[in-house]
Design a protein around this ligand. Sequence first.
Ligand code: TXA
Ligand code: MG
Length: 346
Amino acid sequence: MVNSPAPADFAHAVDLLNAGALVALPTETVYGLGADASNPDAVAKIFAAKGRPADHPLIVHLANAEAMQDWARDVPEYARQLAAAFWPGPLTLILKKQSWVLDAVTGGQDTVGLRVPAHPVALELLRCFAASRHDSPAGIAAPSANRFGRISPTTAEHVRDEFADATPFILDGGPCAVGIESTIVDCSRHQPVVLRPGHITAAQIAAVLSGEQAQSPANDMHAARKAAPRVSGSLAAHYAPATPLRIVKSQDIPEVLAVWQHAGKRCGVVAYSVDPRDASFHELVRMPATSMEYAQGLYAALRKLDAEGLDQIIVEALPDSQDWAAVADRLQRATAAHALADSSGR
Ligand code: TXA
Ligand code: MG
């Protein structure tokens, strides 16, 4: 269900952007915390609001693929093919940047992340913003609208939960359809490399490319990790609820629950196939059994359970197949946050 804000809301959002203020906007993946990407003071407000380290680059959102040339140079043919095939959509392209693009946006790197989002509200805002800028480049720098390291928001309510009294103006576009962050493809090298898996899979990317480039869009999470903090989502610990989270194989869930129950602890369970019967000491969130619907509801499920003050969240292990790769990636990082906290004694 897509909400549509009133024309006056779009006009207000554009005024705020032009005044260097932040605006939260819906995209098809997650809500973003947006600022005028060409205004250093505005971009600085994003980092302050999120508590995000300054060397973590931001994605610049554009109204259309033609605007790519304002921000990127030496765009390889394969990147143009990807833009033509998947924009507007949940795909971010990392490209060599134009020299004027702010260091605050790129984390001081020679590349910039660009994306044309598919959400009608985001597109309308981007179009109105571009119209207000006449011929100068109009891009909205927007990371996910959550505090650094926390769960990305997929509703306007989630954004309010994150920022409370400091909540910026929000364009409410209803719940996000995709639910997890965009696929990121590094197009600054000879070959495309997937830096962050997402709704658009490596196989889909390979299918639109030809020749040499089609052979290697394989995930390169190893390279992405080595390159961290270039890709903040590539930090091993990210997207995490405050409650400790553990992934448990379907058949082991009853036993693990019994142990927690015996210890007098309360658990939350996120399950798509098992149905733990005794609900007296746990909260169950039933998830759809298809990867796309599961992704759509994942962050809302984690936020719901995180708000219950439970001792542990148990997530049923996912099927081991390619279409679950992006969801599995996000869950893995949510778990890693607590493994790190445990090992460092926090
Ligand atoms: O779906 C999405 O991508 C959402 C919506 C709002 O568009 N945005 C999002 O932004 O997830 P954020 O900041 O939470 O994650 C963006 C990722 C980060 O991991 C960042 O490091 C990476 O993109 N990134 C941005 N520019 C980059 C660059 N020049 N080189 C490498 N990674 C880059
Ligand atoms: Mg994020």
